[in-house]
Design a protein around this ligand. Structure first.
Ligand code: HEM
Length: 423
């Protein structure tokens, strides 16, 4: 691409060899112009592989765990958010509606709670506009003429078309996050940190005392929060939207999920992570939706930090490496009838869940998704809670949806309407 070799890894063996076996050579991120302009190589997702990334990722992960990531203490917050989601869905009862806005607001509120210590109402116009801008930004950054910025960086500043749209998304998200960080600085109580931003600000103050070159500063915080907000919203939102769409198109699968929910939880108790082990069919269904749709289809690109031999080919230092997760999950050598939606492929003959090594929607290796536990928790609780309360139907007279999805950094379903019937 341009003057740089770009290598696409299209099966599990190649992806594993690069990302796990040769992790030291393939854990960097490419410094391509669009990435440099937007992230300045800061944050976690696009930070170069090295001590700063390691320090920042470790701090972020530990702090998110402190506030409940992957732990039962976050469960009540997710259940509380679901009350708002379900109330909103009920306002559309029996009428077709587009679930994008309510699902992205709800999912985003979980990250907002962890990072900013607050949620946003679904009527908040500034916030809902921001979420739409973000979703559009992730689409056009690789699925429009914006991709040419990687060859001619000045194109980014063109005052029209997708270039202007992407800059607007960047400007609005920046203003929103900077305002929240400033409010936190103003109200910071060192004895009682409330959320991720508070903890980070305290770390900044601590580090200032002992190391003036520390990578912890407010500028870096801005990029980390941006990463959490963007990586944590669009991915989980799209997965849940795909789940609802698949359920409406495969009523027989939806019915089996309903049966399992009724048998294990009933219709009155709130679902909990403790129920997960007893609900293999539901878990297999979520996994099969993830396999079919792979919401980060080309993962996040890597870069060879040194010349290395991979699968017998010499890969020059600086090459861009694209792990094609989409093809890994549709490989006919690994998955029988890979284009068919069959949750039972994740179950053994006794109906118990099978762990399949080749199922890797969160990537692999040192840069594996940092939010994997959070995403799995959200997906299970939200999917089960919604299916406990509703039956989802695809409107009878609506056009059949395109199941390929709208390609971008994330793979989103094309906008669709759905009917939610109260159970
Ligand atoms: C269904 C939901 C999600 C999917 C499918 C997903 C998938 C991915 C993938 C494929 C990568 C690239 C991994 C690699 O380079 O090998 C990634 C990276 C990342 N994800 Fe997720 N993700 C999801 C949810 C989340 C959430 C909720 C968060 C919020 C905490 C998050 C935070 C991150 C971060 C910070 C990285 C960069 C890690 C690094 O470069 O060290 N993700 N994700």
């Amino acid at each position: 691409m341009g003057s740089r070799p770009l290598i696409v890894l299209s099966d599990y063996a190649a992806v594993r060899e690069a990302l796990v076996t040769q992790a030291e050579s393939f854990s960097d991120r490419p410094a391509v112009p669009i990435v440099l302009i937007i992230t300045q190589k800061k944050g976690i997702v696009f930070a170069p592989y090295g001590p700063v990334w390691k320090q920042q990722r470790r701090f972020s992960h530990t702090t998110l765990r402190h506030f409940g990531l992957g732990k039962n203490s976050l469960e009540p917050k997710i259940i509380e958010e679901l009350k708002y989601i379900k109330e909103e869905i009920k306002t559309h009862e029996k009428e077709p509606f587009n679930p994008f806005s309510v699902i992205s607001n709800g999912v985003s509120n979980i990250i907002c709670y962890l990072a900013f210590g607050r949620r946003f109402d679904y009527e908040d116009v500034e916030f809902t506009t921001l979420l739409s801008l973000m979703s559009r930004g992730l689409q056009i950054c690789i699925n429009s003429s914006v991709i040419l910025v990687n060859i001619y960086p000045w194109l980014y500043y063109l005052p029209f078309g997708p270039f202007r749209e992407l800059r607007q998304a960047e400007l609005d998200i920046t203003a929103f996050l900077k305002r929240i960080i400033a409010q936190h600085r103003e109200n910071l109580d060192p004895e009682n940190p409330q959320d991720f931003i508070d903890m980070y600000l305290l770390q900044v103050d601590e580090e200032k005392k002992k190391n003036k070159d520390s990578s912890f500063n407010e500028d870096y915080l801005f990029f980390i929060i941006g990463d959490l907000f963007i990586a944590g919203t669009d991915t989980t939102t799209n997965t849940l939207l795909w789940c609802l769409l698949y359920m409406s198109l495969y009523p027989e699968v939806q019915e089996k999920v309903h049966e399992e929910i009724s048998a294990v939880i009933g219709l009155d108790r709130a679902p909990s992570l403790a129920h997960k082990a007893k609900m293999p069919f539901t878990e297999a269904t979520i996994m099969e939706v993830q396999r079919m749709t792979v919401v980060v289809p080309l993962s996040v690109p890597r870069m060879a930090s040194e010349t290395a031999v991979l699968q017998g080919y010499t890969i020059p230092k600086g090459s861009v490496i694209v792990p094609n997760l989409w093809s890994v999950h549709r490989d006919p050598n690994v998955w029988e009838k890979p284009d068919d939606f069959q949750p039972t492929r994740f179950l053994d003959e006794k109906g118990q869940l099978i762990k399949r090594e080749t199922f890797i929607p969160f990537g692999l290796g040192k840069r594996v998704c940092m939010g994997e536990q959070l995403a799995k928790m959200e997906l299970f609780l939200m999917f089960v809670n919604l299916l406990q309360s509703f039956t989802f139907l695809y409107p009878e007279n609506a056009k059949k949806p395109h199941m390929d999805g709208r390609f971008g950094l994330t793979l989103a379903p094309f906008p669709f309407n759905i009917i939610a019937l109260k159970r």
